[in-house]
Design a protein around this ligand. Sequence first.
Ligand code: ZN
Length: 402
Amino acid sequence: MAKIVNPDQEKIKYANNRRILHLLIKRRELSKQEISRITRISITTVAGNINRLIEDNLAEEAGVADSTGGRKPMIIRFLPDARYAFGVDFASNHLTASNKIKVVLINLDAEVRDQEIFDYNKFSSINEIMYYLKDLTKDITERNNIRVKNILGIGFALPGPVNENKKILELAPNLAASLGMKNVNFKNYENLFPFPIFVENEANAASYGELMLGTAQHKHNLVYLSINRGIGAGLIVRGHIYKGNNRRAGEVGHMTVASNGVLCTCGRKDCWEIYAASGALIRKFNKQSERKITDTKQFLEKLKSRNPDAVEIWDKYLDYLALGINNIILSFDPHYIIIGGEISEFNSMLIEPLQERIFKNNSFYGRSDLQILLSHLRKDASLIGAALLPFQKLFYGNNKII
Ligand SMILES: [Zn+2]
C-alpha cells in the first residue's frame, strides 16, 4: 500500500527544518538543547534535523559546551563553506566606459570567495560569452579546490524583463545590439555548466540581495531602484519579489515623464531613463562642455570640483530623478526606496538634495513617512543577489516570487 503523506505534516516538518537551519546560520554555534529551547521544537526533532545537516556537511560537531551539571552538551557549528554559488552580472558597468561583466563566487554567508571581471566588447555573441563563462567558472572552481557537487548553481542578473521559469531574457535594449540580447533562452546553455542556471532581472536580483543581506532585512516592503545606463525597479512586497502578470513589473525606466519628443532605446519617447539614468549625465555634459567625459566617475569628479556645467546638469538631473520617484511612491507607498546601481556612488551629494526635492510641497508624503536610502550592497547588489538565487531552495524551499 502506498504511504499516505499528510501535506500539513510535511509542511511542518519542512518549516521546522528551515527554522533550525536559519537559527544555526544566525547564531553559528549552538547545542541541540539550546536550539530546542529557542525554537520550541522537541529535542528529538531537533536531533533528527541536526543529524541530517551533519550528513549534508552543512554543520559539524564542534566540541562540548560548559555545563552546570549532568552530561555536557555537544556544540553544533554551521559550516558556511559547505556550499557555493556563482553570480554573474551583465548589467553593471562599474563606473567605467567599457562594458564589463562581473563574476563572483560566494559561500553560504554570501562572502565573496573569488571574482573576475571581463570586457564583453571582445565577444560578438551571447554564445561566445557563455562558452567563456563555462571555462572561467571551471577555472575558479579548480583554483579554489571546490568540489563541483557543492556548487548549487550559477545566477545571472540581466538588464531587461526576464521570465525566470522559462529562463528567457525577453529584451535588453541597453545591451549591445550586436550581442543579440533579445529573447535569449538560457535553457540552451544549461548543458554547458555542471550545475543549474538561474536567471533574474537585475533590479529584482538586487532587491533580493538587499532583502537577504542589506537594508531591507526587517521591513519588507520596498522599491529598489537600479540606476545605471538604464533604470529598473525591483518591487518587494512583504518579503516577496512582485513580478506581475507578465513578469514585467518594475520597468519604471520607461515611464513617460516629459513631452520633449526624445526617442528612447525602447522605441517610445521621453522615458524616465533618458533623463534620470546615469548615462544622461554624460550625454548632457558632453553636449554642453568643451571637455568631453566618457564615464560617470569622471562626471562625479567634475561635480566634486564644482565644475559649473556639471553642477547645472546635476541640479536638473535630480529634478527628474525626484519626479519619477514621486510617481513610484504614489503608486506603491513603500517602507523604503533604495537607490542602487552606479548612481549610488554619488553618496551624500545624492540623497539629501533628492529628499529635499521629493518632499518639497508634497501634500501626500513627508520625510517621516518613508525612508530613501542608498543601497547597502551598492553597485554589487545585483551581482550578489544573482549569486544568492541558487541558495533559495536550500534556505526557503520555494522561490520568493509572487
Ligand atoms: Zn523607453
